[in-house]
Design a protein around this ligand. Structure first.
Ligand SMILES: CC(C)(COP(=O)(O)OP(=O)(O)OC[C@H]1O[C@@H](n2cnc3c(N)ncnc32)[C@H](O)[C@@H]1OP(=O)(O)O)[C@@H](O)C(=O)NCCC(=O)NCCS
Length: 169
């Protein structure tokens, strides 16, 4: 059984823009987080396919260079503890990816990354921002509900729910 959060040692890490040199560490965390989150939801070939397409070096290089999105990493030394990719893709402000290494879930890293994205959206004048979550991903649904997201049923798809967070004035 894990220790209650309040008596676990605080983690010392920094949040910054991702660099090309982070790609290997991003891949490591992506693989661990995707496997922990989706092994029970997605068939192994589907999971492997997503990882290969989304996190191969060429795909990540293109993502990191994209002008209309931002890729943040939570880093400690050369390790990437988590990452958040967000921006605009013609459907308003969106978080495209938020992944934390499963060894460090529930230590506040996801909230901190998301709060950086939210602040950027707010500063840019967004009234709301959204994201999609696989229906079976209960951990993430609870995390986002706790963070103030609500379902936007109009934009649900067969396998995914669309969630939206309204930003204050
Ligand atoms: C979802 C994810 C990013 C959250 O990151 P995290 O660093 O673990 O989250 P934090 O520690 O910042 O916040 C945890 C909060 O989420 C909520 N939460 C998480 N799991 C919960 C659960 N099982 N029951 C209730 N609330 C839960 C709580 O509010 C919790 O706050 P608390 O720890 O103070 O109680 C992380 O679990 C992850 O990488 N999951 C796999 C990838 C994924 O599903 N990403 C989202 C795809 S859209």
């Amino acid at each position: 059984m894990g220790l209650p959060r309040q008596i676990t040692t605080p983690i010392d890490y920094q949040v910054r823009l991702a660099r090309i040199g982070d790609i290997g560490a991003i891949q490591t965390t992506a693989r661990a987080s995707w496997t922990a989150a989706y092994a029970a939801i997605l068939a192994p070939p589907t999971l492997a396919g997503y990882l290969a397409r989304g996190y191969g070096a060429p795909a990540l290089q293109a993502t990191l260079r994209a002008r209309k999105s931002t890729f943040l990493v939570a880093v400690r030394g050369a390790s990437v503890l988590g990452f958040c990719h967000f921006g605009e893709r013609g459907r308003g402000s969106e978080v495209f990816q938020l992944y934390v290494h499963p060894r460090l879930w529930s230590r506040g890293i996801g909230r901190r990354l998301l709060s950086h994205a939210e602040m950027r959206f707010q500063v840019a004048g967004a009234r709301r921002y959204g994201l999609t979550v696989l229906k079976g991903n209960e951990q993430a649904l609870l995390f986002y509900a706790d963070y103030g997201f609500e379902r936007d049923r109009k934009r649900d798809s067969r396998d995914e729910w669309h969630l939206v967070k309204t930003l204050g004035p």
